[in-house]
Design a protein around this ligand. Structure first.
Ligand SMILES: Nc1ncnc2c1ncn2[C@@H]1O[C@H](COP(=O)(O)OP(=O)(O)OP(=O)(O)O)[C@@H](O)[C@H]1O
Length: 224
């Protein structure tokens, strides 16, 4: 794989907000098939880092290449298309539509993207089976917290992203559901050859990653 095709390659990132230098010379590369966990104190900028990767926050300097394109330089429709094509995102509380079935929730991004309906539903069912989510036909709101998060993982994968981002994906779960969801999530890079970047406060979740980085004083330092 060439350098240009890394799922994520951040160089010399600098960003200041509210009079505070949040990132200074931050660098990070995530390879296809690799998982990286980012830990750090509350307020150190972990969620903001994900927003920068999504192109929602513009850095003051540096490059943020996602699948070979610097998202810090993309604008408007080009940014939206690149994000939709290459990034899957998982939030702490799933952000699913509770009235829809899991199959409908997972298929939705593909349908909104203009994909074929039958194909999207078939892909969605296949993903849910792969991730072991039962009860495809019940309302998503009736599932357990852990099942909902696995639906969120499936939804993030429907577009076959190069890069999967997760912000505290197990933060709202009990220990058993956390372990199940984390097991599902960290199996994804190997099975789908995408990169995975997870922000977490939970050392037992971070421990599953290939590498653990700490966000300290504006930069990432490797713990392992
Ligand atoms: N638009 C903004 N204006 C002012 N301050 C901001 C803005 N965005 C982020 N910040 C500040 O930047 C810092 C980092 O926020 P961020 O949410 O990225 O931290 P975090 O490491 O994810 O924290 P937590 O672990 O508590 O979720 C915080 O002090 C926050 O208040």
């Amino acid at each position: 794989m060439t350098e240009a095709l890394l799922p994520l390659d951040i160089h010399a990132l600098r960003y200041e907000v509210g009079g505070r230098r949040l990132f200074e010379g931050l660098g990070l590369a995530v390879r296809a098939g690799e998982s990286v966990a980012v830990m750090g104190p509350s307020g150190s900028g972990k969620s903001t880092l994900l927003s920068v990767v999504l192109g929602l926050v513009r850095p003051d300097a540096g490059t943020v290449s996602v699948a070979g394109q610097d998202v810090a330089r993309l604008r408007g429709r080009h940014l939206t298309e690149h994000r939709r094509k290459h990034i899957g995102m998982i939030f702490q509380f799933g952000e699913l539509l509770p009235e829809l079935t899991p199959v409908e929730n997972v298929a939705l991004p593909a349908l909104l993207d203009g994909a074929d309906r039958d194909r999207s539903y078939a892909d969605s069912r296949e993903l849910l089976d792969e991730l072991g989510v039962p009860a495809h036909g019940t309302a998503t709101g009736d599932l357990s917290g852990g099942e909902r998060q696995r639906v969120a993982v499936a939804r993030a994968l429907i577009g076959r992203p190069s890069l999967l981002l997760a912000d505290e994906p197990t933060g709202a779960l009990d220990a058993e559901a956390r372990d199940h969801v984390a097991g599902t999530l960290f199996a994804v890079p190997a099975s789908r050859q995408c990169g995975l970047l997870v922000v977490t406060h939970d050392p037992s979740v971070a421990d599953r990653a290939d590498r653990v980085m700490h966000l300290e004083q504006g930069a990432l330092a490797g713990a392992r």
